[in-house]
Design a protein around this ligand. Sequence first.
Ligand code: ZN
Length: 337
Amino acid sequence: MEIVPGITQLKIPIPNNPLGNLNAYLLKGKDGYIMVDVGWPTQKTLDILIAKLAEINLVPQDIKSIFITHAHPDHMGLADKFRELYGAKLMLHQSEAPSAAPDRWQVDDLIWKWLLLNGMPESDVDILKQRQWGQHQFTWRVEPDILLKGDERIELESSYLDVLFTPGHSRGHLCLYDPKNKVLIAGDHMLPIITPSISLYPRSAANPLGSYLNSLRSIRNLDVDVVLPSHQNVYHNFNERLDQLIRHHEVRASELIEAMGSASKTAYQIMLDMQWVGASSEVVLGKGLEPIQQMSACAEALAHLEFLRLEGIVKRTVTDDLALFICNEQNPNLHFA
Ligand SMILES: [Zn+2]
């Protein structure tokens, strides 16, 4: 489906994932087609992608380059295989390149030490150690061919797209903006219904929530009629959605401060008393989550805690191999807009 002149959307299913699809976008560039994101690293996904291209009378060799919004497997998974088979060049933001490196996604000692430091009980860390961590069918972590800075322009047949650097959801996330047609290809930076996860893991960039809020503010003044997200549906209320996303993090920060109370607590303890969306979209306290979900919840709580620490609202100390957080003010002014 051609959404605006020169931009076609392809919905690529993500296996066993509640998000359903990745929305890839096909751009009719001056020197051939550019595909924005490619999908999960399996043969089945590749077959579906090729079938979708055939529906619009294209073969994979017509894709001359792949623009990756960020190095997560649902976006970049097929990039390496696609390049190997069909020769497309792979573009990624320069600060995202480490996230595409092979050692980046290891579930290893660094993760276990980090969970223990942040208060997860050893018995739960042991459960996570024994877990089968997902194996992908194809290797998907790669050296990109072209490293972007975030100030490039991609020429289409009758318009152009500006590359925008929007870190937060990942350290080198990119969006694309077409000022002529007032279109934003938003990646996972701004999704229409769910809020993108903003997490602090041991290999994350410093202060991801601060970066995310800055990235939202940095695009606030764009004139946007149509937002093309990486998941869920195309939407039009760009300004309203942007404000909702900022507001969401203000609310989460105040919930976190409430869960902290006046005592010194670990991120794990704070997470237990906060509400989270569980596996089947129900809202539950952190106590009711499985250890794997508690790990993600800890990473999201830590992104907020680190942001609040840098704002001077929260203090962090390490005692007896435990990182403890305490609130400096009980009613801080949480206005992130
Ligand atoms: Zn995604």
